[in-house]
Ligand binder design. Structure first.
Ligand code: ATP
Length: 298
């Protein structure tokens, strides 16, 4: 089984601040890291490091950031199919982190939002039924829906993380096999929280719904019922990429074992995300190949 991640890739500039800036404020910060990021790239990197064949389809511009992206992706076990958009700026994120481990992220989407449906689905021509298609919220509405419809035609398994959040995502549930949503996304998209939110996603057509609840852990729901899995203990330094580590690890765990999403996969994801939150940066904070293989063997 292979995973096709169709999403965004960014250069992440992480700046540490003593407190989040208020509107109108001008504050001092310190550059902490410059790293490969973007939810699409993050999830592709984690699945690749876990040992799953991982293909990333993402748009970049024709600027210096595209070179940084190309070179950093080249260091990862990911088959990067970058679509170069002339005259566009590559996407980037500014991430503020505070001493208590909280973060606030602004991501540009000039390139991701310009990926066309034909560029997005071209690599799906090589898929086999049962391969994974993994999406997040950075592509345009039409392209997001078009990919999910193409995946259905090809009998692929679709996994979706509705982040950054848009209301339109609530219309997509019947096209989604596995949804990963955090607390805020669950509340915005279902109008409720916790177990009720998970049940609402299953009633709306999702086969497996995973609610991530930060330090409180996660919930896995399906027609068979709901399981709660506590977070692994960690000293949180920088939570950037925790959700992406969690999703990438859970998907790789079940894909590599050839089973549907199960409690064991969520346990693996929990262990991997605990490592990510205990380190600074994005890609540099993700568990290494060796760490992920050890987690998946447990
Ligand atoms: P992010 O946007 O920061 O990547 P998210 O909002 O998508 O994350 P969260 O629900 O915050 O996702 O976290 C995902 C998972 O990471 C949690 O389910 C948990 O397993 C792990 N995690 C997050 N914060 C902590 C923490 N403080 N300690 C241990 N594990 C954590």
């Amino acid at each position: 089984m292979r995973a096709y991640v169709i999403g965004n890739v960014t250069v992440d500039e992480t700046i540490s601040v003593s407190a989040m800036p208020e509107a109108g404020a001008s504050i001092l910060g310190r550059q902490q890291t410059r790293d490969l990021g973007g939810k699409g790239a993050n999830q592709a990197v984690v699945m690749g490091r876990a040992g799953l064949a991982s293909i990333l389809v993402a748009a970049v511009g024709d600027d210096f950031r595209a070179e940084i992206i190309r070179s950093q992706l080249g260091e990862e076990p990911v088959d990067a199919r970058l679509v170069r958009l002339a005259g566009k700026a590559s996407d980037f994120s500014i991430i503020f982190t505070t001493p208590d481990g909280e973060n606030a992220i602004v991501t540009t989407s000039d390139s991701a939002g310009s990926l066309t449906i034909s560029d997005a689905i071209r690599p799906l021509a090589e898929t086999a039924a049962g391969d994974l298609v993994v999406l997040q919220g950075n592509l345009s509405d039409d392209v997001t829906r078009g990919i999910l419809e193409e995946a259905r035609r090809r009998q692929l398994v679709t996994a979706f993380n509705p982040s950054p959040l848009r209301r339109f995502f609530a219309d997509l549930w019947p096209l989604i096999d596995i949804a990963f949503v955090n607390k805020g996304e669950a509340e915005s998209l279902t109008g409720t929280g916790g177990q009720a939110a998970a049940s609402a996603l299953i009633s709306a057509g999702v086969k497996y719904a995973v609610l991530t609840l930060g330090a409180e852990g996660a919930m896995l729901a399906s027609r068979a019922g709901t399981l709660e899995i506590p977070a692994a203990p960690a000293i949180a330094i920088d939570t950037t990429g925790a959700g992406d580590t969690f999703m990438g690890t859970a998907l790789a765990s079940c894909a590599l074992r050839g089973v549907p999403l199960d409690a064991r996969a969520i346990g693996h994801a929990t262990a991997a995300a605990a490592l990510t939150v205990s380190r600074r940066g994005t890609r540099s904070a993700f568990p290494t190949n060796g760490e992920l293989r050890a987690i998946l063997a447990a």
